[in-house]
Design a binder for this molecule. Sequence first.
Ligand SMILES: [Zn+2]
Length: 125
Amino acid sequence: MNIAYVAEGIGLKKAGGEYKGPCPCCGGNDRFHIKTGRSGNMMVYCRYLCSYASIMRNLEDRGLIEKEEFERKGPTASQRALIAQDRLVMALYEADRKVKPDPSLADFRRYRLAQERYNAMSPVG
Ligand SMILES: [Zn+2]
């Protein structure tokens, strides 16, 4: 996945190690970020909490990324790593909630992002 190509296609500007600008789903000016994750995957983040699935579908519709043949082949190694990572983020957040009932907005957003992506990526059933 060519992140610079995706960034150019939706008008993001390079800022340090990431690209930021308008969200392809909900617009704005600087609410959206993409960057390369540790396993070479693309991390997407919208401050207005657009879901991972809707962002990826939008990028597919624009022809900027290839549609993943998820159902047919099952998760790839990097997708499996993301699923495991999201599951851990959710478990930690839920454990934290028990001792700290009022989580920070940043923690909550991280949890929601993990949850959205997990729901979008993990195989049904
Ligand atoms: Zn958005």
